[in-house]
Design a protein around this ligand. Structure first.
Ligand code: ADP
Ligand code: MG
Length: 399
């Protein structure tokens, strides 16, 4: 029988309404002759009783020094609760169903607690249940590492569970159910008239996800891409057709926009006297040693600049000052990226974007570009205006 993997995110399983819709979608796949393998997230978001953040707060109110291994065991519980609820709901509707933790589903990861990577999936466990005609419900976001400890995959990890299972089980496709109608040209929370895309290539969605569009996790796209499994992003709560993510999709000049907030710009310099080139290398090494990842790196004759996550600001400043560098940090920035595979080799896109922003009085602090992305660093206070303007100009074909 053909397998379909269906993943239901936090908002989908949080409410009785969402769960009822999810159950209908699972049953409908089943009635269409598929064997559904279902991946669930924890129920709800911060503040709700079983959400991952709530579990963390619960224990942190007792101990501030929970070890990473135990923290993973704790935060893996939210998804486990969801599997039990969903398996029971299906059984109550007369279907055979079984709830599995990530470990019980054969998901093996490395030992990097809190941000583990899936190394391999032994499909034997799930296949055994499928052979007995059960609908399998797997706890997302988790696995087991070599020493037998439970691990978690980091934010958005359930998406990766779903696509990695899709590849391991050679599913027909993976459906990611969430609270929006599909992949949009920009986060609909920022621009309400964002357009839904009918389809998008792995490469473009991966870039959008890397640049901050959290509709799907970039690692999840990679897992699907390597297994050549199509993904459908759909809304649990509507019958919209959703977005197909696949390989052979016509790519556009500009596909969409994404943003990352709470970014800090770091400038180191002037670097004068001595070996300036060596000093620049040392600045980069200082960041690497402090395990701070940097982006949008640029060099000028006697300075070097880059961006970091806002949360790393204090550590970055301390490390650079300790090493004796003249360092300026500007927190409160945002990175806006314009993504489109068709931009490759098309001249003038950067100029058009700069012109749009300039007309709106928005200062661009820094830019960077790769083959399918152009990114701008601006003040966070300009973010919503910048995004709205760029979105409008793309729609109107000015860019
Ligand atoms: P889930 O709990 O189902 O995993 P997420 O909150 O992780 O849901 O992802 C869905 C959210 O992603 C949407 O509510 C939307 O605000 C956000 N999002 C960001 N960028 C985009 C985009 N380009 N298209 C669609 N949704 C986006
Ligand atoms: Mg998500």
């Amino acid at each position: 029988m053909k397998i379909v993997v269906q993943k239901f995110g936090g908002t989908s399983v949080a409410t009785p309404e969402g769960r009822a819709k999810a159950v209908e979608r699972i049953i409908s796949a089943r009635e269409q002759g598929f064997q559904p393998v279902v991946v669930v997230s924890a129920m709800g978001r911060k503040g709700e009783p079983y959400a991952t953040d709530t579990l963390i707060d619960l224990v942190k109110n007792i101990h501030t020094d929970v070890a990473p291994r135990e923290m993973d065991l704790l935060i893996s519980c939210g998804e486990v609760i969801s599997t039990v609820v969903m398996a029971t709901a299906l059984r109550n509707r007369g279907y055979r169903a079984v709830a599995l933790t990530g470990a019980q589903a054969g998901i093996r990861t490395d030992g990097n607690h809190g941000n583990a990577r899936i190394m391999e999936i032994d499909p034997e466990y799930i296949n055994r249940h499928l052979a007995q005609d059960r609908i399998v419900i797997v706890a997302g976001f988790q696995g087991i590492c070599e020493d037998g400890s439970v691990t978690t995959l980091g934010r958005g990890g359930s998406d990766t569970t779903a696509t990695a299972l899709g590849a391991a089980l050679q599913a027909e496709y993976v459906e990611i159910y969430t609270d929006v109608d599909g992949v949009m040209t920009i986060d609909p929370r920022l621009v309400p008239d964002a357009a839904i895309m009918k389809d998008i290539s792995y490469r473009e969605i991966c870039e959008m996800a890397n640049q901050g569009a959290k509709v799907i996790h970039p690692r999840a796209v990679e897992a699907a891409m390597s297994g050549k499994i199509p993904i459908k992003i759909k809304n649990t709560f509507s019958d919209a057709e959703g977005t197909l993510i696949a390989e052979h999709v016509a790519e556009r000049v500009i596909t969409g926009l994404a943003h990352l907030s709470d970014i800090t710009q770091v400038k180191v310099g002037p670097l004068d006297g001595g070996d300036v080139q060596m000093a620049k290398v040392k600045v980069l090494k200082t960041m690497a040693e402090a395990r701070i990842s940097i982006d949008m790196t640029g060099v000028a004759p006697n300075s070097i600049f880059f961006i970091i996550k806002g949360e790393d600001t204090g550590r970055a400043k301390a490390a650079l000052q300790k090493a004796g560098y003249n360092t300026t940090v500007d927190p409160g920035c945002a990175k806006v990226s314009v993504i489109g595979a068709g931009m490759e080799g098309v001249p003038g896109v950067m100029a058009d974007i700069m012109e749009s922003l300039d007309k709106a009085g928005i200062t661009v602090l820094q830019t960077s570009d790769s083959d399918i992305t152009i990114s701008f660093l601006i003040k966070e206070s300009d973010l919503s205006k910048a995004i709205q303007i760029l979105h409008d100009d793309i729609e109107l074909g000015k860019i």
